[in-house]
Write a protein that binds this ligand. Structure first.
Ligand SMILES: [Mn+2]
Length: 309
């Protein structure tokens, strides 16, 4: 049995966590002895789910010993992964994002244009005729429903819906909305969270033409809380922009109930970008990005085009 460490990206969401647990199970069928780690604390939605399924929360790490064999899940960009990735033996990437990897050694990569990494893993189990427990089926379905916002996100494909329908038969989770409601509510339970912690959720940095962009997508059914903290958030954005030498920064508050995106924009430089890219007006540091729920499909490609010009 070969030891391997499996982990998910910084600022985690439910898909990456479920998918890491699922992939560890997958590898244990393949003569591996996998151990799952996390790079950051859980959000409330995922904490609720793991608790419901009686799954232990994995240990947090920031680095691993050199030459540790690793598999990274639901991400592939250096800025989003473990700090010492260059010292590790990267063996697997399972993902569904845009790619920016460049290695000088071979590895296993599986990525598809599906709404969640869990959908990709579902297909891998089926292709390999591996046994699956009900817990794993449930993790798959939860990740698909969470990442696709119950199929409302623009990233949802027909294949994801077919997979979810198959999982419905097996898990007996018949009403997707009813199943996800407490999870979405847990995710939106932001009242106790300080702004410092709040802005750690679902933040991603991207590199375009050697420029670093910081983009949040804060999914909630309760946008008024984050909006009421706008001034505090702006201060954080300013600090982070300077500290991390970011070219651009924006924080989207995505109302997953009313399907609306209100974005906080820091300064006139970023306002110019947002107004041009998303054809909107910035007033009092706020821009209405309408129904852009998906950062991956409706925000990042557009920003990438802009900064590549
Ligand atoms: Mn994902």
């Amino acid at each position: 049995m070969m030891d391997i460490a499996i982990f998910w990206h910084k600022f985690p969401d439910t898909d990456c966590i479920c998918s890491s647990l699922i992939f560890a199970d997958y590898l244990s069928n393949k003569w591996y002895n996998p151990k799952v780690y996390k790079l950051w604390s859980l959000n409330n939605e995922t904490a609720y789910l793991l608790n419901m399924l009686n799954i232990d929360v994995p240990e947090t790490i920031t680095t691993l010993p050199p030459w540790t064999r690793v598999g990274i899940i639901d991400h592939n960009e250096k800025v989003q992964t473990i700090d010492n990735i260059d010292e590790l033996d990267l063996e697997y990437i399972i993902d569904h994002h845009k790619f920016s990897v460049n290695t000088n050694y071979p590895l296993f990569i599986r990525a598809e244009k599906l709404c969640s990494t869990a959908s990709v893993l579902y297909k891998m189990y089926i292709e390999n005729s591996l046994p699956i427990t009900k817990k794993i089926w449930t993790l798959m379905l939860s990740a698909i429903l969470s990442d696709s916002l119950v199929f409302r996100s623009a990233t949802t494909t027909k294949e994801d819906i077919i997979i979810a329908e198959e999982l419905k038969e097996i898990t007996w989770i018949n009403d997707f909305k009813e199943f996800m409601n407490p999870l979405f509510e847990a995710k939106s339970d932001l009242w106790e969270i300080s702004i410092e912690d709040l802005i750690k959720y679902d933040y991603k940095e991207f590199e375009v033409a050697w420029k670093k962009l910081g983009v949040w997508s804060l999914e909630t059914v309760n946008p008024s809380y984050a909006l009421s903290k706008k001034d505090e958030i702006l201060k954080w954005l300013e600090d982070l922009k300077n500290k991390s030498s970011l070219e651009f920064i924006m924080l989207s508050i995505v109302d997953i109930f009313w399907e609306n995106n209100t974005t906080i924009v820091l300064d006139w430089v970023d306002s110019k970008v947002v107004e041009e890219v998303f054809d909107t007006k910035v007033e009092n540091n706020l821009a209405n990005l309408k129904n852009r729920l998906s950062r991956k499909k409706q925000i990042i490609p557009q920003l990438t085009d802009y900064f590549n010009k």
